[in-house]
Design a protein around this ligand. Structure first.
Ligand code: S6P
Ligand code: ZN
Length: 194
């Protein structure tokens, strides 16, 4: 069993950031996932230019064991690449049948999810909403608002992250702005991009 002592961490309710600096965030810029955006040219142009920060999130240095819980926050900034909202890379868990809980602290957006069999779901999230992502569902946060979308998450410590499947195949759906509102469209690049 993991030898972890009780500890406290601070995550700001509005910004999601650990202001004490006890843990450091991982940063993802457009260049880290340019191929994931449907408008590849817009993504490449952004990556080659100002290369904006899309999001930052915390992962703790805890043993990757089934009895451990990983937790932290994701701060996803507002913006679009072409007409597609800023989003996280998205992943399946390596142990596919491990679930995750997200709790929205601030901002507005949603979670785009899909199973290996092709079932798709989109759940909107606003402050105070808790989302259960069952095992087998890939999950990607999307910021459809004008402020950072901040979410707290918890998942099993040994779940692991399979990014490769999404990197190779993409998501079946994209979330884009139409007349100021988010709509889901088929991803024109699904499976075809490398
Ligand atoms: C981990 C959990 C989150 C994400 C974070 C960034 O299982 O779902 O901590 O890692 O929101 O997203 P991504 O897709 O880049 O890992
Ligand atoms: Zn996850």
């Amino acid at each position: 069993m993991a030898d972890v002592k009780p500890f406290v961490l601070d995550f700001n309710l509005l910004t999601g950031l650990c202001e004490s600096g006890k843990v450091k965030p991982t940063l993802r810029h457009v260049s880290n996932m340019a191929a994931q955006f449907a408008d590849h040219e817009a993504a490449q142009a952004l990556a080659a230019g100002e290369n904006p920060l899309l999001y930052e999130f915390y992962g703790l240095d805890l043993p990757e064991e089934s009895g451990v819980l990983q937790f932290g926050t994701t701060k996803l900034y507002p913006g679009k690449v072409g007409d597609e909202y800023y989003m996280t890379k998205g992943h399946f868990h390596t142990i596919l049948d491990t679930s995750e809980v997200y709790y929205c602290l601030s901002g507005q957006g949603g979670m785009l999810m899909e199973t290996p069999e092709g079932e798709v779901d989109w759940k909107e999230m606003k402050p105070g909403d808790a989302l259960y992502v069952p095992g087998r569902w890939a999950h990607r946060s999307v910021n459809t608002g004008s402020e950072p979308l901040v979410m707290f998450f918890v998942y099993r410590g040994d779940a692991g992250h399979d990014y490769g499947t999404i990197e190779e195949k993409g998501y079946r759906k994209i979330v884009v702005e139409r007349d100021g509102k988010p709509v889901l469209l088929d991803n024109p690049k699904w499976v075809t991009f490398s």
